[in-house]
Write a protein that binds this ligand. Structure first.
Ligand SMILES: O=c1[nH]c(=O)c2[nH]c(=O)[nH]c2[nH]1
Length: 310
């Protein structure tokens, strides 16, 4: 044979597993991206195509989700150790397992300086904001007479682990979506807001304070709205800003609906029920994209509909 097989490994990469643990009304999130790489006696599958030693990558994916439900996720390390031990000890041909895990950190809305002021302790049990700074953006336009200032943010990722439903929608012959009475609602907020300040230097808004307040009202509305759709939540977020910040006349949002699907663990004899803490598959695409402008009554819409370049 003119060639021989060198190092090889296989497995399912990037299993996006989200485990919610319910401690009464207080929820806890573990949000991981788990990649499995197995190696061992795998010559034959490469040389002849015999799969006799191959545990399917699909099975490694199922194992990740089933273990999250059956054993919980105490820490990424503990979870990885458990998985690696399982693959190596349960499958004779597998001699090495490498589990790589990225963990995404979440903090409760209301617990950090940036978002605490308006939210009482009762509101933060199931509403989370992903750790890390959002990107703050602004656009300033001047024609020699008047100013137009638009501020905003992107990549502010938030999640409600309950208090979200979606049902009563139109059903046609292509509809397969099941109605949801207790789902995860998550989005990465991209928002822009337009100031009504145009020229009076004396009445210039305090831009820093305004930004912090807008962000707080946005998070507050997200956390407090019992949601029947992302559209409804989004409108509440915009209204709350307009109603509390007199310097702003217009808000536009572009909100990807970051879908979290309940994993079917029935085949493994596991009940995966929202009521007692469930395991979800966090899908990255496709995603619903929900967008709208919310205006102060009587004001004109000027923020571009497509604000990706803004
Ligand atoms: O909040 C939602 N709004 C929708 O318009 C929609 N469509 C869908 O499939 N899921 C959802 N969720």
């Amino acid at each position: 044979m003119p060639t021989i097989l060198g190092q090889n490994q296989y497995g399912k990469a990037e299993n996006r597993v989200v485990k919610i643990t319910r401690d009464g009304a207080t929820h806890h999130i573990k949000d991981l991206n788990v990649s499995v790489a197995l190696s061992g006696d795998m010559e034959e599958v490469h040389y002849s195509g015999s799969n006799a030693n191959v545990l399917p990558t699909d099975t490694t994916k199922n194992t990740v989700f089933a273990f999250a439900k059956e054993h919980g996720i105490e820490s990424a390390e503990q979870f990885g150790i458990h998985l690696a031990r399982h693959f190596v000890t349960s499958q004779e041909p597998i001699q090495r397992a490498r589990i790589r895990i990225e963990e995404y950190a979440w903090e409760r809305i209301g617990t950090s300086d940036a978002n605490s002021k308006f939210i009482g302790a009762d509101d933060v049990k199931h509403s989370f904001v992903r750790k890390g700074q959002e990107v703050r953006v602004s656009q300033i336009t001047y024609d020699g007479e008047k100013w137009e200032v638009i501020s905003g943010l992107k990549d502010l990722t938030v999640m409600n682990s309950t208090n979200s439903e979606f049902w009563g929608y139109v059903k046609d012959k292509y509809t397969t979506l099941q109605e949801a009475y207790d789902r995860i609602l998550a989005t990465s907020v991209s928002g822009r807001w337009r100031f009504n300040w145009t020229d009076d230097e004396q009445k210039m808004p305090n831009w820093e304070k305004s930004y912090e307040q807008v962000k707080k009202h946005m998070l507050h509305a997200f956390a407090e709205t019992y949601s029947l759709s992302l559209q409804q939540t989004m409108y509440q977020m915009g209204s709350r800003i307009i109603n509390n910040r007199s310097e702003i006349d217009e808000v536009r949002f572009s909100l990807p609906n970051k879908h979290h699907f309940l994993v079917d663990l029935e085949p493994f004899g596991l009940k995966n029920d929202t009521a007692d803490g469930a395991v979800y598959f966090a899908a990255d695409r496709p995603y619903g994209l929900i967008e709208a402008t919310i205006l102060r009554d009587g004001c004109e819409a000027r923020i571009p509909v497509d604000m990706t370049n803004l």
